[in-house]
Design a protein around this ligand. Structure first.
Ligand SMILES: Nc1ncnc2c1ncn2[C@@H]1O[C@H](COP(=O)(O)OP(=O)(O)OP(=O)(O)O)[C@@H](O)[C@H]1O
Ligand SMILES: [Mg+2]
Length: 381
């Protein structure tokens, strides 16, 4: 069992800077958990505290039911893979991979077996006699992963392991790591994985669940799909998804049974189901009788369409300012009353669009999100 339980975790660096502000998190046994967030949000700090490389200022970390706060890194049954690989330059690939096992005084035969098996898994058998300097970045990264695998740890910790690789290699390596996770589990290993990245695409494609961090605080923990569909706040809504969600200052008004929102001078009716959800939030906040409020409207580029249908009855006219053609689809930027929007449009449908054109766009109000202007909490879930 290698569940990681983090309770009220805090970190203040010797400089007096408080980097982690009371984090609670349960990473399930065998789970692939991704930490994502902007630079400086404390992803590495939390990971290093799990590893035992950074002292814990407050709270506890338990691995497999055992508090590890004061346990040496080598006694935590963890292996860590860093961005810069941290291979020993004077050792061959074989020696690099075998080093930790030698220190642990494993029999030579067992070491050879484990190194061979890991090398096969990562397709680096032909590199075992090479030194790190004679290999590509992608090959070095595989060796670093191999060195972690041979130790058969309960927990793998990855700190931006792919960020030094070129785009194409990064995509193939991320699929490889996910596959590796599945293989190790199939073979009966625990293989709880914690993976740090600032790349939301990596987070979305790799994680069983994702923890979104900002300024040393957790903003949301959920599956990739739930984060995308039901972001709890404006930050998560804007961080997950590409191109980013459109945000506009809006006026929310009560209109008979439902609500309306006004953006860029146009009033849109919110569907009944969405209105009910907003009403519930307002009731909880004690603002049940509210007739109007300043909010932010969030709408994903996928939910702005250039043709009307049953789900997007209302629209407004925009002036196209930029079209990014990706082939199968286009990102169409347009302005309404000075406010900029981006829509993701089917490649064929966008073929006739030109910069400077006036074009009507329709909004899927059933898919929009409404954020409180002050707290930035999503009040439409
Ligand atoms: N040794 C240290 N002393 C003081 N402050 C530190 C130290 N290490 C990190 N910090 C600060 O703590 C905060 C979190 O740093 P951390 O390295 O965990 O961020 P990160 O999310 O991993 O960022 P990145 O994506 O850039 O790697 C930052 O504001 C950083 O400047
Ligand atoms: Mg970091």
């Amino acid at each position: 069992m290698a569940e990681i339980l983090i309770e009220k975790l805090e970190k203040t660096y010797p400089s007096g800077f408080k980097a982690v502000h009371g984090i609670d998190l349960k990473i399930k046994d065998g789970e692939f958990m991704v930490f994502v967030g902007p630079s400086g949000c404390a992803k590495s700090t939390v990971l290093r505290m799990i590893a035992g490389l950074e002292e814990i200022t407050g709270g506890t970390i338990s691995i497999g039911g055992r508090v590890v706060n004061n346990l040496d890194p080598k006694d935590r049954k963890i292996a860590m893979v860093f961005q810069n690989y941290a291979l020993y330059p004077h050792m061959t690939v074989y020696e690099n991979m075998a080093f930790g096992l030698k220190l642990a005084k494993l029999p030579k035969k067992e070491i050879a077996q484990r190194v061979k098996a890991a090398a096969a898994k990562l397709e680096i058998e032909h590199l075992l006699d090479r030194k790190p300097k004679d290999m590509s970045g992608g090959q070095r990264q595989r060796v670093a992963v191999g060195r972690a695998i041979v130790r058969k740890p309960d927990v793998f910790l990855f700190d931006e392991p792919l960020s030094n690789l070129d785009a194409k290699l990064r995509i193939s390596m991320r699929a490889r790591l996910v596959q590796l996770h599945r293989e190790l589990k199939k073979e009966g290993q625990t293989a709880t994985m914690v993976y740090v990245t600032h790349d939301q695409v990596e987070a979305m494609t790799m994680g069983d669940r994702i923890t979104v961090l900002k300024d040393g605080v957790i903003l949301q923990i959920d599956t990739p799909l739930n984060l995308y569909n039901s972001p709890l706040n404006k930050f998560v809504a804007g961080f997950i998804g590409s191109p980013s969600m459109n945000f506009q200052d809006a006026l929310l008004e009560q209109s008979e049974d439902n609500f309306t929102v006004t953006i860029s001078g146009h009033k849109f009716a919110l569907p009944h189901a969405k209105s009910e959800k907003i009403r519930k939030h307002l009731d909880i906040a004690g603002k049940g009788s509210l007739t109007s409020a300043n909010v932010a409207l969030g709408i994903r580029p996928d939910h702005i369409e250039e043709k009307p249908n049953n789900t997007n009855k209302e629209g407004f006219e925009g002036e196209i300012t930029l079209i990014e053609k990706m082939g199968n689809e286009s990102y169409c930027y347009f302005k309404v009353a000075g406010n900029e929007y981006v829509a993701r449009i089917n490649g064929e449908a966008s073929a006739h669009l030109q910069i400077g054109d006036k074009q009507k766009f329709y909004i899927r109000m059933d898919k929009c999100h409404i954020f409180d202007a002050e707290t930035e909490r999503n009040i439409s879930l």
